[in-house]
Design a protein around this ligand. Sequence first.
Ligand code: ADP
Length: 523
Amino acid sequence: MDRNNRLQLAQEKLKSIYGYDSFREGQRTIIEQILNGTDTIGIMPTGGGKSLCYQIPALVLPGVTLVVSPLISLMKDQVDALTELNVPATYLNSTLSASEERQRQNRIEEGYYKLIYVAPERLDQYQFQQLLSRINLSLIAIDEAHCMSQWGHDFRPSYLTIATWLEHLSQNPTILALTATATPEVCKDLQNFLHINERQVISTGFERTNLTFKVKKGINKKKFIDSYITSKKKESGIIYASTRKEVEQIFQHLSESGVSVVAYHGGMNEQERSLSQEAFIHDKVDLIIATNAFGMGIDKSNVRFVIHYNLPRTVEAYYQEAGRAGRDGEPSECVLLFSLQDVRTQAFLIEQSDRNAIRQEMEYKKLQQMTAFCHTERCLQQYILHYFGDDTNKTCGKCSNCVHTGEKVNKTREAQMVFSTVKRTRERFGKTIISQILVGSANQKLKQLQLTDVTTYGLLKTWSQKDVAEFIDILMAEDYLAPMGTTYPTIQLTEKAVQVLMGEQEVFVTETVTTVQREENDD
Ligand code: ADP
């Protein structure tokens, strides 16, 4: 079949099987490349329609498409959905009985299935390799391909072997790696592993124009949730919390208030989790309170809001979770509730992990970038796009920073005080000490270190230490200061700060620091 015929057939399958009229941006290009036999990396935001990028070629190409996917539950959902569409698909994983597995293997050999889903661990099994050598493999799709890269936020050692495995494969199928969260480093890694050049990378960008991002600081989180849920009236939403305990508490609180809600976390057994998931997906309840165990591969299109009750550890994880809102393209909100305690908790978890020092340092940097998202004055969508390497100037016009009504005020003098404190103490200290010096704290440690003699000591004595610390966070988020080190980072001046110190640049911030009356915080 020639190129044009294949494309036409792809278009026909899109309509006859899925009922869609046209391919989305990116889908067409990726599918064209695959049908031409070109190895491809496809980068699309969550909800962008990655599955079709291999499912349609699977139906057009002559042999079998192997899909490597990290989650067992996800495989089952995808295969069930395909079976419902009368597409012959199956999966092989550890949940199958020996006889079931044998039966599926026989049918694979008979050429019955067009798509086979497996976890990466399966690729190393001798028996499976034998099976593959007896069938005609046309395409290998690697889903959630960022799991291959150590720079990714969700690195999985089992994914690391995929590249070597591919090199030893006796056949030469086309390769498609798909992800929604590839920073430039991750993308480079994938290119190297899979020998894919720049031109073969198709990225539709990461922008989600229907999402409105909001960061809320210094609020009472429980009260916020109460009024938010009331205002949303029966709309579908997800609340992510970082621990099982927190999920249970929010769940308890909301159920007692009569909200239609279920919980989902790793401490529940599989049946309980699946009941919660089903109830939410089929609109039996409005809300799900969940840890990040919930969501990978969940295709619920009408989620109108995602609230993060706690700070996620990385921007990748945040964007992936928040991105579960508005998959249908309708306007939806992503609200992050910030508290300093969450940063400490995440930092503690990194410290306690058994990861090596380099890995910990990297995770710490990612956490700092996530924290900076909460303090930046920039457009929040733009911040995320910059994070993923897209240097756009465009602002979304609707996130909490874009619509902030607070006026921008000139804080150059105060910023200079911070910078000169950092400079005078020779960039040896972190945020806490610098804030203590500026507010003129009586802390004994300052005396011992002779920091009460620094000329800027007490210059911001009308501010609280917390406000100075928050101001430093803003200066860090805006790249005037750079954190160095991991566990107790010290702060250093950047070129931008030097310019401010020399009077060549001014610092404007939105009027929140020291002027907004704080509500009592419950955590
Ligand atoms: P991703 O894996 O990128 O997060 P999915 O493949 O699950 O996204 O697709 C997200 C949603 O978009 C699904 O409901 C899917 O059916 C729908 N979709 C995908 N492609 C198209 C298209 N060309 N036209 C309309 N809807 C589409």
